[in-house]
Write a protein that binds this ligand. Structure first.
Ligand code: NDP
Length: 297
């Protein structure tokens, strides 16, 4: 197919725009004399990628006027010790958002930790109550719900491409069924009136399924799994994957060079979904703030 090249969705620019709007919300809070929104990012051990992620999160928070700080704990921390830290943050009125960076070391019961976070402060949206609210809502809204950040960022990018109501009736295929990306992504797409198929490692004829997708979200963690000839011409492709490949650096789950000639719109890696994830965390921090402090000025 000799069609035009896809629109390259600029996640950096979209994230910068979102951050700007959030920064002005924070300034409005300040002007009204409200308490400063506070985000605490709990990091256990010294996993290098996790360290980079948490530093970015607190830095971006500071840039938009949120009081973002790290809570650093040793790799040997126990479930009981971590539960105690979460309990203190739950009770701290200057902390409006709590994020416990995953993965946690094997000796820690991660499910117990996530369930111990106050649901109103759960800016990652991983608490079972927030998961349930997302799946029980026919029109999930980030104004009132704490939704996992990566799918939330993906929906923001899709809204930019398709406009309000523009996803209605589209066939969306989500590759991956994790609690962090695949499952909440499917719930949000369903809420936007897509017909949703969720695929995983046992799915048969993945290529054929992808070819029927108007919207394809790839979140599998397999470098360049999705080939150009897996795509329906004109499809919108969001590549969530972040894979470090020797000699290539960071690559996504989609073969970008091939896909860009077939898709209608596509996110690059890096510079696509990644920046939106962090900006969406800030959005969730302000949603959590509103849930606790009340309406903003
Ligand atoms: P998980 O490893 O938790 O889940 C991967 C999913 O992909 C599983 O459901 C798995 O299926 C499925 N899968 C694996 N291999 C295949 C295959 N060959 N064909 C079809 N499905 C397959 O990963 P996450 O959801 O946490 O993350 C996915 C990717 O997104 C990773 O690269 C991660 O680094 C990236 N990521 C990026 C973020 C960002 O901000 N851009 C944020 C979060 C993640 P099964 O369930 O059957 O095992």
């Amino acid at each position: 197919m000799a069609g035009a090249m896809a629109i390259i969705i600029d996640g950096k620019a979209a994230a910068a725009g979102l951050r700007q709007g959030l920064a002005s919300e924070v300034r409005a809070i300040e002007a009204a004399g409200g308490p400063v929104p506070g985000l605490r990012v709990v990091i256990v051990g010294d996993h290098p990628a996790s360290r980079t992620y948490v530093r970015t999160k607190t830095k971006v928070a500071q840039e938009i006027g949120i009081d973002g700080a790290l809570v650093e704990l040793p790799a040997t921390v126990t479930t009981a010790e971590l539960l105690a830290v979460v309990g203190e943050l739950n009770d701290d009125p200057t902390t409006h958002g709590i994020l416990v960076q995953l993965p946690l070391p094997a000796q820690v019961d991660a499910a117990r930790i996530l369930a111990a976070i106050d649901p109103a402060k759960d800016v990652d949206g991983f608490h079972p109550l927030n998961v349930g609210r997302l799946f029980a809502s026919s029109r999930p809204s980030a104004e009132v719900l704490l939704v996992p950040c990566t799918p939330l960022g993906c929906m923001h990018l899709l809204a930019g491409v398709h406009g309000p109501g523009g996803l209605s009736g589209a066939h969306a295929v989500v590759l991956g069924r994790s609690n962090i990306v695949g499952k909440p992504m499917a719930a949000l797409l369903l809420g936007a009136d897509c017909t949703v198929t969720v695929a995983h490692s046992k799915t048969r004829d993945l290529a054929g399924l992808c070819r029927s997708a108007d919207v394809l979200v790839a979140a599998v963690g397999r470098p360049r799994l999705v080939q150009g000839d897996w795509l329906k011409p004109g499809a919108t492709v969001l590549d969530v994957g972040i894979n470090r490949v020797e000699g290539l650096g960071l690559v996504g789950d989609v073969d970008f060079e091939a896909a860009v000639a077939v898709a209608g719109a596509i996110t690059p890696v890096p510079g696509g979904v990644g920046p939106m994830t962090v900006a969406s965390l800030m959005r969730n921090t302000l949603t959590a703030y509103r849930l606790q402090v009340g309406a903003l000025a």
